[in-house]
Write a protein that binds this ligand. Sequence first.
Ligand code: SF4
Length: 217
Amino acid sequence: MELHRIQNSFADAAERAYKAGYDGVELHGCHNYLISQFLNSRVNVRNDEYGENPALFALEIIREIRKRTPDSFIVGMRLGAFEPTLSDGIDHAKIFQAEGIDFLNISFGFMQLSDPFKPSDYPFTDLIYGAQEIRKQVLVPVFTVGEIISPEQADEILTATGIDIVDIGRGTLVNPNWANDARNGKDTGACIHCKICMWRINPEKCPGRIRYERNNK
Ligand code: SF4
């Protein structure tokens, strides 16, 4: 069955990472990727066991990785908060926690097939709201991400929400030493959120990086 071949490919990749000396892996369970296609009930219309239990595809991958790697090998999951609703995101988080996942890195984004939500007076993004609500429901470390551009903003989110870790994405494209610079009180630089991020095409033209390098000659 092709589905089992794909699950084995995930486990093969994790095993290779272990043998190469990595401490762990993060399975990508959101942003339209295959695991999230199973998890999102608006996409998964299968009428077999993988439709009846939308988490089964990922659970079997996790079990196979655990068979092939020692207990100390970290297995985390990037998980959608709204797949398709926050209530589903919380359910999925609990299911993966029960399976022994080591961390949950919360994001979301399934084209038009997710229902992002936050109360109107919530001070941060809907994504951070989703991660905060999931954090209240599980004991494993919860991370979040999304347009966090300064150490002060990161600190404010961590303090206010109880979320364990924030991921810095484009900030590290501007300055790969972002985290160390933040810890040492130095200028981290900042992504300026261009309409289209050109970094992957030509990092030399990244305006955030150009500004950072100019200010830190
Ligand atoms: S190209 Fe623009 S959006 Fe992309 S990392 Fe640089 S500053 Fe940020």
